[in-house]
Design a protein around this ligand. Structure first.
Ligand code: GLV
Ligand code: MN
Ligand code: MN
Length: 419
């Protein structure tokens, strides 16, 4: 946007990046942190921020912050009592166009709306784009916000490896980060009075209610675990069936055990979405199979029980096949309820908006442990997410940005000292 051109539309902003990271093999978009597509999106975001005369900085953990200074003394980048909005630019493999970028584009459009309304406040506003929200490259979801909030040991983060065996330290350094400095940033968090993340809805709640925008209430507790099953690599033709120690057979049993353990508990979800056989040949019995379990439930104890049951079944199956199995927790976050006071203020601004919970994880959920956070969801007519079928109609995207602008204006106008 420019003063002359007026507020940008969310659809127009997303249109500018629609071809970035299209995945011809998987379908949809693959935008992995610090790979070409995500780096292009980061450049796009910086350029959009500069067009709006926002002050851009990349923090020690690779999040990009675009500041609209407040009018108070020292009201520039990083000044206290900030209101922050934003989301992420990375995606799952073969994901949709809206999970993450909708929140960033809506935030930019909301800045334009505030400019057009002449809103100038003592409080500064920042738009943030977090890296590796999906954990699609290095395995830990919300890695950027976890580092910021001290929810992951920086040494562990530095050592995380992508599918090609490259460490986070190596990749992030290649993207210009000083990886010795990654880690908690309490001073930055102390300067933020509220974080509001807008996100495409990842279910059918708003479709069923006939509403364009909802206020988030909570995030389902969720975690990721890696099973590593080892057996004996061998020839698919010469190895008789009784002589095999095939880890893929165990992996298949673990997939079914996960489904069975989850259906035994109302509201539990368990998914195996990634299975990697080593070496991975059609005529080769694998020597090892790694598979990743994503399990979720509102109650931490139930999630633990579901995972324990799957582990029990995995051990039994491995023993029966002459294999060995190990289980490693890669990340976990318990159920998060967003800040009641902040969400209440959102409800005053948006009295028509229903209140919905979500089964999806978000940076807002990680930051909720440190600062007041809230979320807005924009209607998704398919109800599908983490898939190219994810959708958001142009009118709803604009309604979401307008709702975000209304909320930000209200929060920005709160006298400093009232958080
Ligand atoms: C992220 O979208 C997740 O819920 O895993
Ligand atoms: Mn996602
Ligand atoms: Mn997301």
């Amino acid at each position: 946007m420019s003063a002359a051109s007026g507020p940008a539309s969310v659809a127009g902003l997303l249109g500018e990046i629609a071809d970035v990271g299209r995945d011809a093999t998987r379908g949809g978009w693959s935008r992995f942190v610090y790979a070409d597509a995500e780096l292009t999106l980061r450049e796009w975001f910086v350029e959009q921020a500069q067009r709006r005369s926002l002050e851009v900085e990349t923090d020690r953990n690779g999040a990009i912050w675009a500041w609209r200074p407040g009018t108070g003394p020292g009201g520039g980048a990083g000044s206290p009592h900030a209101i922050v909005t934003g989301s992420h630019l990375d995606s799952v493999p073969g994901g949709g166009a809206f999970d993450g970028p909708l929140g960033v584009a809506s935030a930019l459009a909301a800045v334009d709306l505030l400019d057009a309304r002449g809103v100038r406040t003592e409080r500064p506003l920042a738009v943030v784009a977090f890296p590796e929200e999906e954990g699609a490259r290095f395995g830990v979801a919300c890695l950027g916000s976890r580092l910021l909030a001290g929810a992951i040991d920086p040494d562990r983060a530095r050592g995380l490896r992508d599918a090609d065996g490259r460490t986070f330290a190596e990749v992030a350094a290649g993207a210009g980060l000083d990886v010795d400095r990654i880690g908690p940033d309490p001073a930055r968090l102390a300067g933020i009075d509220a974080f509001v993340e807008l996100h495409v809805e990842q279910g059918r709640g708003l479709v069923d209610l006939g509403q364009p925008v909802a206020i988030g209430s909570s995030i389902l507790g969720h975690g990721r675990w890696r099973f590593s099953v080892t057996g004996e690599g061998n020839h698919a033709g010469t190895t008789r069936m009784p002589d095999r120690r095939d880890p893929m057979v165990v992996a298949a049993g673990i997939v079914l055990a996960a489904r069975d353990a989850a259906v035994a508990h109302a509201e539990a979800r368990a998914t195996v979405g990634r299975v990697v056989p080593v070496p991975g040949g059609t005529n080769v019995i694998a020597s090892r199979v790694d598979l990743w379990l994503d399990a979720r439930h509102p109650d931490d104890a139930v999630t633990a029980a579901v995972v324990a049951e799957i582990e029990r079944q995995a051990s039994r199956l491995a023993e029966a096949q002459g294999c060995a199995v190990t289980l490693t927790e890669e990340s976990y976050g318990g159920t998060v309820s967003f800040d009641a006071d902040l969400s209440g203020r959102l409800a005053q601004v948006l009295p028509e908006a229903p209140v919905l919970d979500t089964g999806a994880g978000h940076d807002a959920g990680v930051l909720a442990a440190a600062i007041p956070t809230a979320m807005l969801f924009t209607r998704n007519p398919t109800g599908v997410s983490h898939s190219p079928e994810e959708a958001c109609e142009d009118g709803d995207a604009e309604a979401g940005a307008a709702a975000l602008a209304d909320v930000l204006e209200r929060l920005l106008r709160e006298p400093v000292g009232v958080s």
